[in-house]
Design a protein around this ligand. Structure first.
Ligand code: COA
Length: 379
Protein backbone atom coordinates (compact mmCIF):
# COMPACT_ATOMS: atom_id res chain seq x y z
CA UNK A 1 0.00 0.00 0.00
CA UNK A 2 2.80 2.42 0.95
CA UNK A 3 4.82 3.82 -1.91
CA UNK A 4 8.17 5.56 -2.20
CA UNK A 5 6.30 8.84 -2.70
CA UNK A 6 4.53 8.70 0.67
CA UNK A 7 7.41 7.34 2.75
CA UNK A 8 8.99 9.85 5.12
CA UNK A 9 11.45 8.82 7.84
CA UNK A 10 10.21 9.94 11.22
CA UNK A 11 7.01 11.11 9.48
CA UNK A 12 8.84 14.36 8.73
CA UNK A 13 6.65 16.64 6.63
CA UNK A 14 3.67 14.29 6.87
CA UNK A 15 0.38 15.95 7.82
CA UNK A 16 -1.14 13.37 10.16
CA UNK A 17 -4.16 15.35 11.41
CA UNK A 18 -5.98 18.65 11.10
CA UNK A 19 -5.90 20.95 14.10
CA UNK A 20 -7.11 24.46 14.93
CA UNK A 21 -5.00 24.71 18.08
CA UNK A 22 -1.44 25.74 17.37
CA UNK A 23 0.09 27.51 14.42
CA UNK A 24 3.83 27.37 13.86
CA UNK A 25 5.87 28.99 11.12
CA UNK A 26 9.25 27.37 11.61
CA UNK A 27 10.97 29.57 9.03
CA UNK A 28 9.76 32.87 10.50
CA UNK A 29 9.79 31.76 14.15
CA UNK A 30 6.05 32.28 14.74
CA UNK A 31 4.07 30.35 17.36
CA UNK A 32 0.40 31.07 18.12
CA UNK A 33 -2.36 29.31 20.07
CA UNK A 34 -5.75 29.68 18.33
CA UNK A 35 -4.18 32.46 16.31
CA UNK A 36 -2.91 34.47 19.30
CA UNK A 37 0.87 35.02 19.16
CA UNK A 38 2.78 33.40 22.01
CA UNK A 39 4.42 36.75 22.82
CA UNK A 40 1.00 38.27 23.61
CA UNK A 41 -0.07 35.31 25.73
CA UNK A 42 3.25 35.41 27.60
CA UNK A 43 2.74 39.08 28.31
CA UNK A 44 -0.97 39.23 29.15
CA UNK A 45 -2.38 35.77 29.88
CA UNK A 46 -2.11 33.28 32.72
CA UNK A 47 -1.61 29.53 32.60
CA UNK A 48 -5.24 28.97 33.62
CA UNK A 49 -6.54 31.23 30.85
CA UNK A 50 -4.21 29.70 28.24
CA UNK A 51 -5.30 26.21 29.29
CA UNK A 52 -8.95 27.22 28.87
CA UNK A 53 -8.10 28.71 25.47
CA UNK A 54 -6.56 25.44 24.28
CA UNK A 55 -9.20 23.13 25.75
CA UNK A 56 -12.19 25.22 24.61
CA UNK A 57 -10.63 26.85 21.53
CA UNK A 58 -11.62 30.35 22.71
CA UNK A 59 -10.71 32.80 25.44
CA UNK A 60 -12.90 32.55 28.54
CA UNK A 61 -15.20 35.24 29.94
CA UNK A 62 -14.34 36.41 33.45
CA UNK A 63 -16.89 34.08 35.18
CA UNK A 64 -15.76 31.16 33.00
CA UNK A 65 -12.14 31.77 33.93
CA UNK A 66 -13.02 31.96 37.60
CA UNK A 67 -14.93 28.68 37.46
CA UNK A 68 -12.14 26.98 35.48
CA UNK A 69 -9.56 28.23 38.00
CA UNK A 70 -11.66 26.93 40.91
CA UNK A 71 -12.19 23.57 39.18
CA UNK A 72 -8.45 23.20 38.63
CA UNK A 73 -7.74 24.01 42.28
CA UNK A 74 -10.44 21.62 43.56
CA UNK A 75 -8.84 18.64 41.82
CA UNK A 76 -5.35 19.13 43.27
CA UNK A 77 -5.45 16.59 46.15
CA UNK A 78 -4.40 13.06 45.18
CA UNK A 79 -6.25 9.89 46.22
CA UNK A 80 -4.59 8.59 49.41
CA UNK A 81 -3.51 5.25 47.82
CA UNK A 82 -1.63 7.19 45.11
CA UNK A 83 0.34 9.01 47.79
CA UNK A 84 1.08 5.64 49.41
CA UNK A 85 2.13 4.22 46.04
CA UNK A 86 4.47 7.15 45.46
CA UNK A 87 6.06 6.57 48.85
CA UNK A 88 6.45 2.84 48.09
CA UNK A 89 8.21 3.37 44.75
CA UNK A 90 12.01 3.94 44.63
CA UNK A 91 12.40 7.64 45.42
CA UNK A 92 15.46 7.96 43.20
CA UNK A 93 13.80 6.45 40.11
CA UNK A 94 13.69 8.90 37.18
CA UNK A 95 10.92 11.40 38.01
CA UNK A 96 9.40 10.97 34.55
CA UNK A 97 9.11 7.23 35.14
CA UNK A 98 7.44 7.87 38.51
CA UNK A 99 5.08 10.32 36.85
CA UNK A 100 4.21 7.82 34.11
CA UNK A 101 3.51 5.07 36.66
CA UNK A 102 1.40 7.22 38.94
CA UNK A 103 -0.64 8.85 36.16
CA UNK A 104 -1.41 5.37 34.92
CA UNK A 105 -2.33 4.28 38.47
CA UNK A 106 -4.66 7.27 38.89
CA UNK A 107 -6.90 5.62 36.30
CA UNK A 108 -7.63 2.77 38.74
CA UNK A 109 -9.28 5.25 41.10
CA UNK A 110 -11.51 6.78 38.45
CA UNK A 111 -14.72 4.74 38.03
CA UNK A 112 -15.36 6.52 34.71
CA UNK A 113 -11.81 5.99 33.40
CA UNK A 114 -13.02 4.27 30.22
CA UNK A 115 -15.62 6.92 29.41
CA UNK A 116 -14.23 8.82 26.44
CA UNK A 117 -17.30 10.96 25.75
CA UNK A 118 -16.29 14.57 25.17
CA UNK A 119 -18.08 16.00 28.24
CA UNK A 120 -16.36 13.54 30.57
CA UNK A 121 -13.03 14.09 28.84
CA UNK A 122 -13.28 17.84 29.48
CA UNK A 123 -13.62 17.10 33.21
CA UNK A 124 -10.74 14.63 33.08
CA UNK A 125 -8.59 17.25 31.35
CA UNK A 126 -9.04 19.64 34.27
CA UNK A 127 -8.41 16.85 36.77
CA UNK A 128 -5.28 15.58 35.04
CA UNK A 129 -3.78 19.04 34.47
CA UNK A 130 -4.32 19.72 38.15
CA UNK A 131 -3.08 16.39 39.50
CA UNK A 132 0.00 16.12 37.29
CA UNK A 133 1.31 19.23 39.05
CA UNK A 134 0.56 17.77 42.48
CA UNK A 135 2.26 14.50 41.53
CA UNK A 136 5.36 16.29 40.25
CA UNK A 137 5.69 18.37 43.41
CA UNK A 138 5.27 15.24 45.54
CA UNK A 139 7.92 13.39 43.50
CA UNK A 140 10.26 16.36 43.95
CA UNK A 141 9.69 16.39 47.73
CA UNK A 142 10.15 12.63 48.19
CA UNK A 143 13.40 12.69 46.17
CA UNK A 144 14.82 15.03 48.80
CA UNK A 145 13.35 12.95 51.66
CA UNK A 146 10.94 15.77 52.50
CA UNK A 147 7.31 15.57 53.56
CA UNK A 148 4.72 16.02 50.82
CA UNK A 149 3.04 19.43 51.12
CA UNK A 150 -0.73 19.51 50.53
CA UNK A 151 -1.92 22.01 47.92
CA UNK A 152 -3.13 25.49 48.88
CA UNK A 153 -6.48 26.03 47.09
CA UNK A 154 -6.18 29.81 47.42
CA UNK A 155 -3.07 29.99 45.21
CA UNK A 156 -3.05 30.07 41.38
CA UNK A 157 -1.80 26.94 39.59
CA UNK A 158 1.83 28.06 39.15
CA UNK A 159 2.25 29.60 42.60
CA UNK A 160 0.67 26.53 44.18
CA UNK A 161 3.06 24.22 42.35
CA UNK A 162 6.10 26.18 43.55
CA UNK A 163 4.62 26.19 47.07
CA UNK A 164 4.02 22.41 47.04
CA UNK A 165 7.56 21.84 45.75
CA UNK A 166 9.52 24.23 47.95
CA UNK A 167 7.28 24.65 51.00
CA UNK A 168 7.48 28.43 50.60
CA UNK A 169 4.93 30.74 49.00
CA UNK A 170 6.79 32.11 45.97
CA UNK A 171 7.29 35.82 45.31
CA UNK A 172 4.94 37.36 42.74
CA UNK A 173 7.88 37.60 40.29
CA UNK A 174 8.87 33.94 40.70
CA UNK A 175 5.26 32.78 40.29
CA UNK A 176 4.90 34.93 37.17
CA UNK A 177 8.09 33.61 35.53
CA UNK A 178 6.96 30.06 36.18
CA UNK A 179 3.50 30.87 34.83
CA UNK A 180 5.07 32.21 31.62
CA UNK A 181 7.14 29.02 31.31
CA UNK A 182 3.92 26.97 31.55
CA UNK A 183 2.18 29.18 28.97
CA UNK A 184 5.07 28.85 26.52
CA UNK A 185 5.21 25.07 26.68
CA UNK A 186 1.46 24.34 26.83
CA UNK A 187 1.21 23.20 23.23
CA UNK A 188 3.41 22.78 20.22
CA UNK A 189 1.36 21.26 17.44
CA UNK A 190 2.43 17.65 16.80
CA UNK A 191 5.58 16.60 18.65
CA UNK A 192 6.22 12.93 19.44
CA UNK A 193 4.45 13.04 22.82
CA UNK A 194 1.28 14.62 21.43
CA UNK A 195 1.26 12.21 18.53
CA UNK A 196 1.80 9.29 20.93
CA UNK A 197 -1.16 10.40 23.04
CA UNK A 198 -3.35 10.67 19.93
CA UNK A 199 -2.30 7.26 18.62
CA UNK A 200 -3.53 5.74 21.89
CA UNK A 201 -6.63 7.96 22.14
CA UNK A 202 -7.60 7.11 18.55
CA UNK A 203 -8.09 3.47 19.61
CA UNK A 204 -10.72 4.83 22.08
CA UNK A 205 -8.56 3.61 24.94
CA UNK A 206 -8.80 5.55 28.22
CA UNK A 207 -7.16 8.92 28.69
CA UNK A 208 -4.83 7.68 31.45
CA UNK A 209 -3.29 5.29 28.91
CA UNK A 210 -3.00 8.12 26.37
CA UNK A 211 -1.27 10.45 28.84
CA UNK A 212 1.02 7.64 30.06
CA UNK A 213 2.11 7.14 26.44
CA UNK A 214 2.72 10.86 26.05
CA UNK A 215 4.82 10.91 29.23
CA UNK A 216 6.85 7.98 27.92
CA UNK A 217 7.57 9.88 24.71
CA UNK A 218 8.36 13.13 26.48
CA UNK A 219 10.86 11.33 28.72
CA UNK A 220 13.28 10.78 25.83
CA UNK A 221 16.36 13.03 25.49
CA UNK A 222 15.50 14.04 21.93
CA UNK A 223 12.21 15.48 23.14
CA UNK A 224 11.52 16.67 26.69
CA UNK A 225 14.76 15.41 28.18
CA UNK A 226 16.89 18.04 26.47
CA UNK A 227 16.43 20.86 29.03
CA UNK A 228 17.90 18.75 31.84
CA UNK A 229 20.93 18.01 29.71
CA UNK A 230 21.33 21.68 28.81
CA UNK A 231 21.50 22.90 32.39
CA UNK A 232 23.87 20.05 33.28
CA UNK A 233 26.11 21.11 30.37
CA UNK A 234 26.05 24.78 31.43
CA UNK A 235 26.89 23.82 35.04
CA UNK A 236 29.65 21.50 33.79
CA UNK A 237 31.18 24.34 31.72
CA UNK A 238 31.01 26.38 34.92
CA UNK A 239 33.16 29.28 33.74
CA UNK A 240 32.48 31.68 30.83
CA UNK A 241 36.16 31.40 29.80
CA UNK A 242 35.71 27.67 29.18
CA UNK A 243 32.49 27.92 27.16
CA UNK A 244 33.94 28.50 23.69
CA UNK A 245 36.59 25.73 23.73
CA UNK A 246 34.09 23.31 25.34
CA UNK A 247 31.51 23.79 22.58
CA UNK A 248 34.08 23.86 19.78
CA UNK A 249 35.51 20.55 20.97
CA UNK A 250 32.06 18.96 21.06
CA UNK A 251 31.25 20.28 17.61
CA UNK A 252 34.58 18.98 16.30
CA UNK A 253 33.59 15.54 17.62
CA UNK A 254 30.30 16.00 15.72
CA UNK A 255 28.34 15.77 18.97
CA UNK A 256 24.91 17.34 19.26
CA UNK A 257 24.58 20.35 21.49
CA UNK A 258 21.42 19.96 23.54
CA UNK A 259 19.00 22.87 23.42
CA UNK A 260 19.75 23.59 19.76
CA UNK A 261 17.99 22.54 16.60
CA UNK A 262 14.39 21.71 16.01
CA UNK A 263 12.43 19.60 13.55
CA UNK A 264 10.11 22.57 12.88
CA UNK A 265 12.05 25.76 13.71
CA UNK A 266 14.85 26.58 11.35
CA UNK A 267 15.30 29.96 13.03
CA UNK A 268 15.29 31.22 16.62
CA UNK A 269 12.54 29.49 18.63
CA UNK A 270 10.19 32.33 19.76
CA UNK A 271 9.80 30.67 23.17
CA UNK A 272 13.57 30.69 23.68
CA UNK A 273 13.63 34.42 22.87
CA UNK A 274 11.03 35.15 25.59
CA UNK A 275 12.74 32.92 28.17
CA UNK A 276 16.14 34.46 27.42
CA UNK A 277 14.83 37.83 28.63
CA UNK A 278 13.46 36.28 31.82
CA UNK A 279 16.70 34.42 32.49
CA UNK A 280 18.64 37.65 32.22
CA UNK A 281 16.29 39.36 34.71
CA UNK A 282 16.45 36.40 37.11
CA UNK A 283 20.24 36.32 36.96
CA UNK A 284 20.48 40.04 37.74
CA UNK A 285 18.04 39.63 40.64
CA UNK A 286 20.06 36.69 41.96
CA UNK A 287 23.27 38.75 41.62
CA UNK A 288 24.85 35.85 39.72
CA UNK A 289 25.12 36.24 35.96
CA UNK A 290 27.71 33.49 35.45
CA UNK A 291 25.32 30.97 33.89
CA UNK A 292 23.81 33.59 31.59
CA UNK A 293 27.27 34.63 30.41
CA UNK A 294 28.10 31.00 29.64
CA UNK A 295 24.82 30.58 27.74
CA UNK A 296 25.42 33.66 25.65
CA UNK A 297 28.82 32.36 24.57
CA UNK A 298 27.45 28.87 23.86
CA UNK A 299 24.64 30.39 21.82
CA UNK A 300 27.02 32.51 19.77
CA UNK A 301 29.46 29.68 19.08
CA UNK A 302 26.70 27.28 18.01
CA UNK A 303 24.92 29.83 15.82
CA UNK A 304 28.22 30.85 14.19
CA UNK A 305 28.94 27.20 13.42
CA UNK A 306 25.47 25.87 12.60
CA UNK A 307 23.12 28.83 12.09
CA UNK A 308 23.49 28.52 8.32
CA UNK A 309 22.05 24.98 8.68
CA UNK A 310 19.05 26.34 10.58
CA UNK A 311 20.32 25.30 14.01
CA UNK A 312 19.33 27.87 16.66
CA UNK A 313 18.42 27.74 20.36
CA UNK A 314 15.16 25.93 21.10
CA UNK A 315 12.93 26.37 24.15
CA UNK A 316 14.98 23.89 26.17
CA UNK A 317 18.10 26.00 25.96
CA UNK A 318 16.70 28.56 28.42
CA UNK A 319 13.93 26.71 30.28
CA UNK A 320 16.42 24.84 32.46
CA UNK A 321 18.16 28.03 33.52
CA UNK A 322 14.83 29.67 34.38
CA UNK A 323 14.09 26.73 36.67
CA UNK A 324 17.63 26.77 38.07
CA UNK A 325 17.13 30.36 39.23
CA UNK A 326 13.76 29.36 40.73
CA UNK A 327 15.58 26.74 42.81
CA UNK A 328 14.28 23.72 40.86
CA UNK A 329 16.71 20.85 40.39
CA UNK A 330 17.56 19.57 36.87
CA UNK A 331 15.89 16.17 37.45
CA UNK A 332 12.49 17.86 37.59
CA UNK A 333 12.78 19.77 34.32
CA UNK A 334 11.08 17.21 32.11
CA UNK A 335 8.20 16.66 34.57
CA UNK A 336 7.78 20.44 34.64
CA UNK A 337 7.57 20.41 30.86
CA UNK A 338 4.84 17.77 31.30
CA UNK A 339 2.92 19.92 33.82
CA UNK A 340 2.51 22.43 31.04
CA UNK A 341 2.28 20.17 27.98
CA UNK A 342 -0.49 17.97 29.41
CA UNK A 343 -2.72 20.89 28.44
CA UNK A 344 -1.79 20.45 24.79
CA UNK A 345 -2.10 16.66 25.00
CA UNK A 346 -5.62 16.92 26.39
CA UNK A 347 -6.62 19.69 23.97
CA UNK A 348 -5.47 17.59 21.00
CA UNK A 349 -7.23 14.48 22.32
CA UNK A 350 -10.48 16.43 22.75
CA UNK A 351 -10.13 17.91 19.28
CA UNK A 352 -9.18 14.64 17.60
CA UNK A 353 -11.98 12.61 19.20
CA UNK A 354 -14.57 15.03 17.82
CA UNK A 355 -13.98 13.27 14.51
CA UNK A 356 -11.89 10.23 15.40
CA UNK A 357 -10.04 8.06 12.92
CA UNK A 358 -7.82 5.24 14.13
CA UNK A 359 -4.13 5.93 13.45
CA UNK A 360 -2.79 3.03 11.47
CA UNK A 361 0.02 3.95 9.08
CA UNK A 362 1.93 1.35 7.14
CA UNK A 363 5.57 0.43 6.46
CA UNK A 364 7.52 0.06 3.26
CA UNK A 365 8.49 -3.59 3.36
CA UNK A 366 12.23 -4.17 2.84
CA UNK A 367 12.48 -7.76 4.13
CA UNK A 368 13.11 -11.00 2.16
CA UNK A 369 10.72 -12.06 -0.63
CA UNK A 370 8.12 -14.75 0.10
CA UNK A 371 9.91 -18.03 0.85
CA UNK A 372 9.25 -21.37 2.50
CA UNK A 373 9.71 -22.12 6.16
CA UNK A 374 12.80 -24.31 6.77
CA UNK A 375 12.44 -26.93 9.55
CA UNK A 376 14.96 -26.36 12.34
CA UNK A 377 17.15 -29.48 11.64
CA UNK A 378 17.57 -28.45 7.97
CA UNK A 379 18.94 -24.93 8.69
C1 COA B 1 15.60 18.26 17.92
C2 COA B 1 16.34 17.45 16.85
C3 COA B 1 16.18 15.95 17.19
C4 COA B 1 15.68 17.73 15.50
O1 COA B 1 16.43 17.08 14.58
P1 COA B 1 16.00 16.72 13.09
O2 COA B 1 14.95 17.59 12.58
O3 COA B 1 15.73 15.25 13.07
O4 COA B 1 17.32 17.11 12.33
P2 COA B 1 18.52 16.16 12.10
O5 COA B 1 18.77 15.28 13.27
O6 COA B 1 18.27 15.50 10.77
O7 COA B 1 19.71 17.22 11.97
C5 COA B 1 19.99 17.97 10.80
C6 COA B 1 21.45 18.36 10.80
O8 COA B 1 21.68 19.30 11.86
C7 COA B 1 22.60 18.78 12.82
N1 COA B 1 22.08 19.08 14.15
C8 COA B 1 20.78 19.09 14.51
N2 COA B 1 20.69 19.43 15.80
C9 COA B 1 21.95 19.63 16.24
C10 COA B 1 22.47 19.98 17.50
N3 COA B 1 21.69 20.18 18.56
N4 COA B 1 23.81 20.10 17.62
C11 COA B 1 24.62 19.88 16.55
N5 COA B 1 24.16 19.55 15.33
C12 COA B 1 22.84 19.42 15.19
C13 COA B 1 22.61 17.28 12.58
O9 COA B 1 23.85 16.71 13.00
C14 COA B 1 22.40 17.19 11.10
O10 COA B 1 23.63 17.47 10.47
P3 COA B 1 24.02 16.73 9.11
O11 COA B 1 22.97 17.16 8.11
O12 COA B 1 25.38 17.26 8.82
O13 COA B 1 23.99 15.26 9.40
C15 COA B 1 17.84 17.82 16.81
O14 COA B 1 17.98 19.16 16.43
C16 COA B 1 18.54 17.54 18.12
O15 COA B 1 18.98 16.41 18.37
N6 COA B 1 18.67 18.58 19.01
C17 COA B 1 19.26 18.39 20.29
C18 COA B 1 18.20 17.90 21.26
C19 COA B 1 17.22 18.97 21.66
O16 COA B 1 17.57 20.09 21.98
N7 COA B 1 15.94 18.58 21.67
C20 COA B 1 14.86 19.45 22.07
C21 COA B 1 13.98 19.80 20.92
S1 COA B 1 12.78 21.00 21.44
Amino acid sequence: MSTEATFSRGLEGVIAAESALTYIDGQKGILAYLGIPIEELAEHSTFEETAFLLLHKRLPTRPELQKFTEDLASHRPLPAPIVELLKALPQQAPPMALLRTTISALGHFDPTADDVSLGTLHQKAVQLISQLATLTAAIGRLRRAQEIIPPDPTLPHSANFLYMLTGKRPSAEAARVFDVLLILQADHEFPASTFASLVVASTLSDVYSAISAALGALKGPLHGGASEQVIRMILEIGDPAKAEPYIKERLARRERIMGFGHRVYKTYDPRARILKEYVQKLALQAGDTRLVEIEQIVEKVVIDALGAKGIFPNVDFYSGTVCYYLGIEPELLTPIFAISRITGWMAHILEYLEDNRLFRPTTRYIGPPLRHYIPIDQR
